[in-house]
Design a protein around this ligand. Structure first.
Ligand code: URA
Length: 200
């Protein structure tokens, strides 16, 4: 699909998301957060769900966790506009509680369609909720991170490589040199896989 066509298809999904009332979160939100970025991105980051800042602005990862994600993207030698940033849930769960299974079931098709349109070479799942949902796994993020997994978009279509790493909100709460090193190790594997230079 040409880039302009991808952009158009993503905008259609974003319009649907902004009108969506498939689950109870639709009536609680200020703004839905469809996701944003390069329609032709090689890397797509997937978080859990919007927080208060994202709900207020209708944009993903714009609060403290978002600023840390921006730093990680910059440390990779990339710009935010190079990648696509989305979430499992498009609306904020009240009080930032964990996503519920019924909400994930209602919302996941939007993300699945975004992935199919963008066809990124690598998905980076941020945190346990994104990693477990996309990999249909019950393992901990500690077990899932640090290695490539395969994400399937459909029969006969090539798998997309998925790297799981810590969510930036978790990293902010546990900002140890060891955890920061682990996330950087994960991102270095992503850059190496894409043949991109690894900034020192
Ligand atoms: N945390 C997420 O998982 N997603 C966002 O968009 C912001 C914070």
């Amino acid at each position: 699909m040409a880039v302009a066509e991808k952009a158009g298809e993503l905008e259609k999904i974003a319009d649907e998301v902004r009108q969506c009332c498939r689950c109870g979160l639709g009536s609680e939100r200020t703004n839905a957060v469809p996701g944003e970025g390069n329609p032709d991105a090689r890397i797509m980051f997937v978080g859990e769900a919007p927080g208060a800042d994202e709900d207020a602005q209708g944009r993903p990862f714009v609060g403290r966790a978002g600023h840390l994600l921006d730093k990680i993207i910059a440390a990779c030698g990339l710009k935010r506009s190079d990648v696509f940033i989305g979430n499992i849930l498009k609306c904020r769960p009240p009080g930032n509680r964990d996503p519920r299974a019924d909400e994930i079931i209602s919302c996941l098709p939007y993300l699945q369609r975004q992935i199919e349109i963008i066809e990124p070479e690598i998905l980076v799942a941020l945190g346990a909720h994104a990693a477990r949902t996309l990999l249909n796994s019950t393992k901990s993020i500690g077990q899932l991170r640090g290695q490539f997994h395969e994400y399937y978009t459909g029969i006969g279509r090539p798998a997309i490589k998925l790297m799981a790493t810590y969510h930036t909100a978790y990293l902010l709460r546990n900002y140890s040199p060891e955890n920061r090193r682990r996330v950087w190790e994960d991102m270095k594997k992503v850059l190496a896989e894409l043949g991109l230079p690894i900034p020192q």
